[in-house]
Design a binder for this molecule. Sequence first.
Ligand SMILES: Cc1ncc(COP(=O)(O)O)c(C=O)c1O
Length: 411
Amino acid sequence: MYRLKGPKFQELVDTNDFVKIPIFSLKKQHETLKGQLTDAFERVMASGCFVLGPEVEALENEFRGFLGTKYAVGVSSGSDALLLALQALGVGPGDEVIVPAYTFFASAGSVSRLGARPVFVDNAPCCYNLNISSVAAAISPKTKAIMAVHLFGQAADMEPLLKVANRAGIPVVEDVAQSLGAKVGNQYAGTLGSFGCFSFFPTKNLGALGEGGMVVTQDLELAEKLRKLRVHGAKKKYFHEEVGGNFRLHELQAAFLRAKLPKLDVWLNQRLGNAETYISIFSDFKSAGPTSLECSCNDTLIEKTAIEGDLLWPFRCHSSHTFNQFINRVPQKKRNALRELLHTRGIGTEVYYPRPLHVQECFQDLGYREGDFPWAEKFSRETLALPIFPENEKHDIELVAHEVLRSLKEL
Ligand SMILES: Cc1ncc(COP(=O)(O)O)c(C=O)c1O
């Protein structure tokens, strides 16, 4: 039985006959790649090496080759990738890291795990990414890093952000968990800051059959530091220069990811095609937009956009969009009802994220209050994700789009 409010993993389990089009599924992808995945499994089983071995090393090389970056370090998850990157920069107690208020928890959790303070800033209404003016205003003498999250598949406005960061001498850590393959000009997101941190959680653009992550950098010294921190701070086994942790990537996951990486470009194109199908159908709906929306990533006046109709589909700003998620905004009074109605019609949806980070219980001691970040709060009340994963057929997406429009008319 599909549970609308169940934890993430329940919605990934494909045992549900009722949901005709789930929000996400790897079932078809794995059927298609069954031969390659089985070969990968058998290779690792026969090798007798299960953690940080030749498969991880080969994946690191292939991944950095894909991105065109110098160094890549395979790690246990995207959350740990962020933690390691911040630790490698020396972030610790007394330091501040600037983080958007509306993002997945790990973007800020990684800061707190190191004893530092996340300093939240509001998101831009165009692409949900960092608003550069807000970042500039939040910089203090304690700022040790800026966390540029590339949310939902679209890269943040890196050029002005790097200008602000470089002027202040502050490193930028890119959280690319959701946006592998997104480009800023000719460069891949993740290759512009001091570190690019990726996740291979199954729902990501490149998903493992379990957990995994990768940190990329252009700096040899930082790469060596990451490699050391990944294994309890020991360059030489059992001789610990500093306190790291167990952040090792498994051979099995690396081998599976190597089987999938050559397909990434095809899958990204399919995601884009699905997004275009939605947008072309939604464009015919008179009560939809983004007609009045303008890019405001680099603008102090962020009050300019409003949802005019009943549906606001993703707005493409200044970078390419990989559509890891297809996020719409629906007026607050209709969002949950639309979700329920789509559920009864066999369509899976998700709310990313129902509570922004500055008002999370675990951050209450930071002193933020409801009302501090209006856009982040508005997004939490209005966003609704629709199925976009690559294995959807065109008619699946058409069906979802028409059901959304039909349901909205009924509400
Ligand atoms: C923006 C963002 N950052 C970090 C992470 C953490 O990645 P992982 O789940 O691999 O730890 C995620 C995963 O959901 C994410 O979406």
